[in-house]
Design a binder for this molecule. Structure first.
Ligand code: ZN
Length: 160
């Protein structure tokens, strides 16, 4: 099996059985995310423990890419500090924009499965939605994020 086929399978599997697909009752942050171009919608809950993400979970509906990405994202950031999560978002964003050097891709683990969207600009928004919601949750500056209010700029570099 080519790595592309493996990645495809991983995305479909996370879409069928998304991880962390639930509410967090005593969450510190709740953010609504929307990608109007595709119709993806999700709610993200984040529970902090000091500067660390103790738990992250989501619910919503949308395409396989958006759901798989939220599933992979919530799994990847659990236990990470705010700065580590932002640094991961930065690398992930470069990956889906097709700007992450091959040599740095291994550090992304399963998140690499979404690298294929770099060939499909509209899909980049599907893959980034959950991450934008996380970024907003960590900043605690908004209740709702939309991919259509995000500028073309990549997220700020942190820890780079
Ligand atoms: Zn989508």
């Amino acid at each position: 099996m080519s790595s592309e086929a493996l990645y495809q399978e991983l995305i479909l599997e996370h879409n069928r059985k998304p991880r962390n697909f639930r509410e967090i009752e005593n969450a510190d942050r709740t953010i609504e995310g929307r990608n109007p171009l595709c119709g993806d919608q999700l709610t993200l809950w984040v529970k902090m423990d000091g500067d660390r993400i103790a738990d992250a979970a989501f619910k919503g509906q949308g395409c396989a890419i958006s759901k798989a990405s939220a599933s992979l994202m919530t799994t990847a950031v659990k236990g990470k500090t705010r700065a580590e999560a932002e640094a991961l978002f930065d690398r992930f964003h470069k990956l889906v924009m097709g700007q992450l050097p091959e040599s740095e891709q291994a550090s992304l683990g399963s998140l690499r499965a979404l690298g294929g969207v770099s060939k499909f600009p509209l899909r980049v928004k599907c893959a980034s939605l959950a991450w934008h919601a996380l970024h907003s949750a960590l900043e605690n500056d908004e209740r709702e994020v939309s991919t259509e209010r995000e500028g073309p700029e990549p997220p700020p570099l942190e820890g780079a």
